[in-house]
Write a protein that binds this ligand. Structure first.
Ligand code: FAD
Ligand code: NAG
Ligand code: NAG
Length: 502
């Protein structure tokens, strides 16, 4: 998912909204203060913050990608500095029957995935220790901070890890798979996990790896966060990071047929695993004026190496407004189109996802998806600040790399090529309850209008809760078993948000 910056009005309005009392929004809540008292006693008031005017508290609640999550007010926020702190917190929350949430980067837009109204928020930001071992080439990092921090730490070693395509996204991305510009070479982010330190839903601290608790390790390799425990440390295989040939190419919508054809060709025929793209179609709320100035197409092109050969020729041959392709290091790559892109896209954001095969028929469907979305965007002018369609190719080299490690991840990815399409809706700040629900409902109909490709997984990093994506995973039955084993009394299922296991 990538976006161009929204408007500064978003920030202002969300600031105003966040000043409203939590009681202005009726959402399921549970006890909180009781757990908070216990937690302050056992962990101290450096680690447990109850004052909503405190800078840490405000930082935690105001950094969600979906600003709707910033309207919820936790009774206290815990900033653990060790797995032991997390264990103490989980046990106290459990004892008090309190609702809670686990927050890493706060980019999941679904309600209560990393936010909580009353109850306890566990903010992992202080668990941000990083290490690199040049002998084993393993990188170790805590779940706090962003992928950008981790990339910056590793770059002096000329190494990186498979992670977010935008620097500002958090590590929760990897527990839900994690699609990177490097994935066509090395698989999803979770395919590089080698060992995880996990606090289970009973508060026990365990290791998950190929040899220790391998069932838990399987589930955490792409089966989602906050379902099987809290990951407090990641040990992952690092990857080389040298000079990239990368940039964005921007087109007017007049070129959309040519660009769609080029994306379709890339999905079906590109066989160079060092070449990665995201195709982004975006609609802005500005009036059309018959000049199509309310629309833009941005192609993100990334080649791992200084010379891309002809990999992107099909894109650069199409007349364009702008082309920033050039030599970048990995920090440059994940800050395209410019630093702060992930943060600037905050707003009333919703994601939905679909998946289609890379067959001729599946590629034809791409044109239908685009046309449906464009029609919807025209009909719903005024109801959104931004809406976009992001096309993400999944080549065979990616699914091969993924399936080569321990028999594959939670998705059990079917052979590529196929592609995910991520739909973004940034709803207008001016829509009140009913109108907001209506636009959400019609956006859902837009995405549901074309059935997803059969036997292909709906990517949980891009999905809405009601899409029930886990059931589309090849590993679903196994995930259900792991869930039943590690969250046996349903504490996580009942007291925090997350995917359902129907
Ligand atoms: C601007 C933007 C760009 C994106 N780019 C990409 C991309 O390039 N590739 C991609 O695959 N996805 C991408 N995504 C989707 C992204 O992966 C998901 O939104 C993901 O949930 C973000 O993780 P987070 O840590 O920032 O969010 P959070 O909301 O903090 O966490 C996500 C979920 O995981 C849980 N969780 C997080 N950490 C832990 C932990 N240590 N233990 C247990 N549970 C945990 C949380 O409770 C929550 O339910 C992008 C999203 C945005 C908004
Ligand atoms: C990283 O790469 C640069 C450029 O090739 C080189 O000068 C430097 O010595 C490398 N650093 C390490 C730690 O290998
Ligand atoms: C470029 O497009 C042509 C068809 O015009 C196709 O044959 C070729 O495979 C495409 N190349 C890539 C890398 O997408």
């Amino acid at each position: 998912m990538l976006h161009t910056p929204g408007t500064s009005a978003i920030g202002l309005v969300s600031l105003l909204l966040s000043a409203l009392p939590a009681s202005a929004f009726t959402k399921p809540a549970g006890p909180g203060p009781y757990a908070c008292g216990d937690l302050t006693q056992s962990l101290g008031d450096e680690i447990v913050v109850t004052n909503p005017f405190c800078a840490d508290y405000r930082q935690s609640v105001n950094t969600y990608f979906n600003t709707e999550q910033s309207k919820f007010k936790p009774s206290c926020i815990v900033y653990p500095t060790s797995a032991e702190d997390v264990s103490v917190a989980i046990k106290a929350i459990r004892a008090s029957d309190s609702r809670f949430a686990i927050k890493a980067g706060g980019h999941n837009p679904n309600d209560f995935f990393s936010s909580v109204d009353k109850g306890v928020l566990i903010d992992l930001s202080s668990l941000n220790e990083k290490k690199y071992d040049p002998v084993t080439e393993l990188a170790t990092f805590g779940p706090g901070g962003t992928f950008g921090d981790i990339y910056e730490y590793l770059l002096p070693y000329n190494r990186t890890v498979v992670g977010a395509r935008l620097a500002g996204v958090g590590t929760g991305l990897a527990l839900s798979g994690g699609l990177s510009y490097l994935s066509s070479q090395y698989g999803m982010a979770c395919d590089s996990f080698r060992e995880l330190e996990v606090v289970t839903p009973t508060g026990e601290i365990v290791t998950a790896s190929e040899h220790l608790n391998p069932d838990l390790f399987f589930a955490l390799r792409g089966g989602g966060g906050n379902a099987y425990g809290v990951v407090t440390k990641y040990t992952v295989q690092s990857r080389p990071a040298g000079t990239f040939y990368a940039g964005v190419v921007v087109y007017l919508f007049q070129q959309n047929q040519k660009v769609l054809d080029a994306i379709g060709n890339f999905i079906q025929y590109n066989e160079d695993p060092k070449a990665a793209i995201i195709g982004t179609y975006m609609k802005l709320p500005t009036p059309d004026l018959e000049l199509n100035l309310d629309e833009a197409i941005t192609l993100f092109l990334v080649y791992d190496g200084p010379d891309a050969g002809d990999a992107f020729k099909n894109f650069t041959d199409i007349p364009h407004l702008m082309n920033t392709l050039g030599h970048l290091d990995y920090n440059g790559v994940v800050n395209m189109p410019f630093p702060g892109s992930a943060e600037l896209s905050r707003g009333r954001n919703t994601f939905r996802v679909t998946v289609q095969p890379g067959t001729d028929e599946g590629i034809d469907t791409l044109a239908t998806l685009y046309e449906n979305w464009r029609d919807w965007s025209e009909e719903n002018k005024g109801k959104y600040l931004i809406t976009s369609l992001d096309i993400q190719p999944i080549p065979k080299s990616l699914t091969d790399a993924s399936n080569a490690y321990l028999g594959g991840n939670a998705m059990q990815m079917p052979d590529g090529p196929w592609y995910w399409v991520n739909y973004l809706l940034t709803a207008s700040e001016l829509l009140w309850d009913d109108a907001y629900q209506e636009v959400q409902e019609s956006f859902k109909e837009l995405v549901n209008a074309v059935p997803a490709g059969e036997g292909l997984p709906l990517f949980i990093n891009d999905a809405k809760l009601d899409q029930n994506p886990l059931v589309t995973y090849g590993g679903y039955e196994k995930l259900k078993e792991v869930k039943a084993k590690y969250d046996a009394d349903g504490f996580f299922s009942s007291y925090t948000g997350g995917w359902e296991f129907p």
